[in-house]
Design a protein around this ligand. Structure first.
Ligand SMILES: *Cc1c(COP(=O)(O)O)cnc(C)c1O
Length: 431
């Protein structure tokens, strides 16, 4: 199977970390997000250990909250030694509500409003990752009003095109994120930031994209940023203390996706960074990375109950589920691929080709097309793997469907970490 924590028990049911998936569905209802805490913690440790080893003891991974943000995740990533990246006051609020220290937060966002900026400064955010001139001006003014000297990283675009989906490709010159080096605009941005009295420029940030397997864009990014830092040091005297090289390492959604050796990749990036530091005579900075997907994706499985099959003669077979684009919009957004299993019939051969369709009145509401599973009967439990990232965090109430519950499992025990939404929740803000 795709992952080690999945097995099949004597009843022919899928087990996740030793727990029968059909029993989880019976106890907690479906759709159900299941997160394996042990896998999640192991993913955190892989990054923490490798970054410590290859970048030194001050470096650390920041967990990119946007992949999966809810109160219960923050104590876990904190206890594993990670900082976090946040992209909105809502994520800051959630992390603060879980007692995550504000000084370990990095505040992203390409259009922070005045209120967002004020909220961030007042919360005591460790670093603002400043995206553009507009934000710089407002931040400098607000920091002055609030009597704070705010640490920042400046977000730069390095002009690289990693081979990934259009919607999650952020490193190119033509991007709404950051300020490009290639056009010369980054130079003005850096100089303007250095002239701000209430801002302390600690270094640079860049993020090339997401679900990336090839190493070339990370290696090149490291070299471009160090070369740029050397030039800025010469022109402005800026010492690069911190370099945040973003997230984006790919995960396996299907067995056609490659297996990515994370420590190996970090070692390779470190080698390129050190090489560039030697070449351009720059001191090795403290390095941060921002993994989101590769921390949570493979820890998550979503369980659905099927309403049965529908065979459209001469076309295709549909398997309907009691969730869909409302709990997982990634197929609708990017035609993302998933591995689907019939958790109730794991000992039957997976010989039924089908398209898994959700319950919304929307023909794009699908989870996967043309996948092979054991032919289900109404009531079987369907498992979709690798749903820990960008599922709950992108969920909606379209068609007035309440968001699912989430359970965290560890060592044979399951606990609810997010309650299922009720119909009352759906109308609670409506007057
Ligand atoms: C989305 C994003 C990340 C996380 O990307 P993953 O592919 O989930 O690792 C990190 N940093 C920034 C700035 C992002 O926009």
């Amino acid at each position: 199977m795709l992952y080690d924590n999945l097995t099949v028990n004597e009843k022919g049911h899928l087990t996740i970390s030793g727990i029968d998936a059909t029993e989880l569905a019976a106890e907690f209802g479906t759709p159900l997000y299941v997160m394996d805490e042990d896998v999640l913690r192991a993913n955190c440790r892989t990054y923490v250990k490798a970054m410590y080893e290859f970048f030194g003891s001050e470096s650390a991974p920041l967990y990119a909250s946007k992949a999966l943000s809810f109160k219960g995740i923050y104590p876990i990533v904190e206890s594993e030694g990670m900082c976090i990246d946040v992209v909105s006051p809502g994520e800051i609020y959630t992390a603060l509500a879980a007692d995550f220290p504000a000084e370990k937060m990095f505040f992203h966002g390409s259009n922070k409003t005045d209120e967002d900026i004020k909220y961030g400064v007042l919360s005591g955010i460790g670093y603002f990752v400043v995206d553009n001139h507009n934000e710089l001006e407002v931040l400098d003014r607000m920091a002055a009003e609030l009597g704070v000297k705010q640490k920042v990283l400046l977000r730069l675009t390095v002009g690289l095109d990693p081979h990934t989906l259009e919607a999650i490709n952020t490193g190119r010159v033509d991007s709404q994120f950051g300020v490009p080096i290639d056009t010369g605009q980054a130079d003005d941005f850096v100089k303007a930031a250095l002239a701000c009295e209430n801002i302390s420029v600690e270094g640079f940030h860049s993020h090339v994209g997401s679900q990336i397997f090839e190493s070339d864009s990370f290696n090149r990014q490291a070299e471009i940023l160090i070369e740029y830092a050397a030039r800025m040091k010469e022109e402005t005297g800026l010492e690069l203390k911190v370099l945040n090289i973003g997230g984006g390492l790919g995960v396996r959604y299907t067995d056609r996706d490659p297996f990515l050796d994370i420590p190996g990749r970090i070692a390779e990036i470190a080698e390129h960074l050190k090489g560039a530091c030697d070449k351009y005579d720059v001191d090795m900075p403290v390095v941060f990375m921002e993994p989101g997907r590769s921390i949570v994706a493979n820890a998550g499985v979503t369980l659905y109950t099927t309403g049965g099959t529908k065979e459209v003669k001469g076309y295709r077979n549909y398997v309907t589920i009691d969730g869909g684009m409302t709990d997982n919009p990634r197929f609708a957004l990017y035609k993302a691929e998933y591995t689907v299993l019939n958790a109730s019939r794991m000992n039957k051969s997976a010989d039924y080709e089908c398209t898994v369709a959700g319950r919304c009145c929307e023909s794009g509401d699908r989870i996967a097309e043309n996948v092979m599973i054991a032919k289900p009967e109404r009531g079987d439990i369907i498992a979709v793997l690798t749903t820990g990232a960008y599922n709950y965090s992108m969920a909606s109430n379209y068609n007035r469907i309440p968001r699912p519950a989430m359970v965290m499992i560890s060592k044979g025990q399951a606990r609810t970490v997010v309650k299922r939404e009720s119909f009352e929740d759906l109308i609670k803000n409506e007057l």
